[in-house]
Design a protein around this ligand. Structure first.
Ligand SMILES: [Zn+2]
Length: 336
């Protein structure tokens, strides 16, 4: 009987006590190290998560102004993207969402756009790929008393989302984003033509009107206006005495201009936005004496995540995962 108890005790000891001893040592050792590191780094930088990205460990970044290609660890590159693409005074959860979106955009670019930039994976031109700024340049542009706090928020955003990307049915998504949707995002087919993506649907977000770039105005004289249209369409004519000289013909489902008649031309809202340099294709137009006045809502193409919408959601208590799943329909957040 006694032997049985001894064996039973040994078994229990081996099953529970030994792992506890080892686990405890490991855990307490890590806590101690982390505490020391945090103490050391409080005034400097947060220690970056060292995620193993395997074949995506480094990224070749093309500097569009110099033509030079710089090789950077993925998350180091993302620090420069998040700090270039979103104001650091935005809510932390909005910055986290931006970091996740930027990582997803980067991986999608590497997987799908091979050869677009020669040997480079991506460029630093916001009009082409996504904006990037070096830490030195970024710091120099922030007020001195905000530098450390701002940079820590950027690092926290990249760290919090380290190793994660957004996927739809298991594949990395094309994570478009823009500044301010004006309350409703746009389907990509209305901006670039082609086909729609199931995860890029028009969605509504409250609170974007609280930001100054939600609404803007552009006023042209008739001569300025004509010249801007003529620059692209040499056959353009217009008779301003006619009531329908300028007339909106059709709206997209999101309320942006789909087709507008301007003189003898039928143009898309997106083209008018480009020709006149308007902030979005969501506008009203009035002819007022010698002037043509556009009142514009939102900023950017309107597809995917609205950055100001993300900040507005974060202010209302949404976390970054909720924000991302709001702007990209039916997606998952997946470890790479
Ligand atoms: Zn590019």
């Amino acid at each position: 009987m006694k032997k049985v108890y001894i064996i039973l005790f040994m078994l229990i000891f081996c099953t529970f006590a030994i792992p506890i001893i080892f686990t405890k040592n490991t855990v307490s050792g890590k806590i101690q190290n982390d505490t020391e590191e945090i103490k050391e780094n409080t005034l400097e930088e947060i220690e970056m998560v060292d995620y193993d990205y395997k074949q995506y460990d480094t990224i070749k970044l093309l500097h569009s102004d110099t033509g030079e290609i710089e090789e950077l660890p993925l998350d180091t590159y993302l620090l420069g993207v998040v700090s270039a693409e979103m104001p650091a005074n935005f809510e932390q959860e909005a910055l986290n969402a931006q970091a996740l979106v930027a990582r997803t955009y980067t991986i999608y670019s590497i997987v799908h756009n091979q050869g677009k930039h020669g040997d480079a994976d991506i460029c630093d031109d916001s009009g082409c790929c996504q904006a990037w700024i070096s830490k030195e340049d970024r710091m120099a542009r922030w007020d001195e008393d905000k530098r450390d706090t701002n940079w820590r928020k950027i690092e926290t955003a990249v760290n919090t989302t380290a190793g994660k990307i957004i996927t739809y049915e298991g594949a990395v998504i094309d994570a478009f984003f823009h500044s301010n949707s004006g309350g409703t995002t746009e389907a990509p087919v209305n901006v670039w033509g082609g086909t729609n993506y199931p995860y890029l649907q028009s969605v509504e977000t409250a609170g974007e009107d609280a930001y100054s770039q939600y609404s803007s105005e552009a006023i042209f004289t008739k001569e300025e206006f004509n010249n801007k249209i003529l620059a692209k369409h040499s056959d353009f004519t217009i008779d301003y005495t006619k009531e329908d000289a300028i007339k909106i013909l059709e709206y997209t489902e999101s309320g942006r201009i789909k087709t507008i008649k301007i003189g003898n031309l039928n143009l898309s809202g997106v083209e008018v936005r480009t020709l006149l340099g308007l902030k979005s294709a969501n506008f009203t137009v009035t002819i007022d004496g010698d002037n043509i006045k556009f009142e514009v809502t939102g900023y950017g193409h309107g597809v995917g995540m609205s950055q100001y919408g993300a900040d507005s959601m974060a202010k209302s208590g949404s976390g970054y995962e909720e924000i991302v799943k709001h702007f990209y329909t039916g997606v998952e957040i997946t470890d790479m």
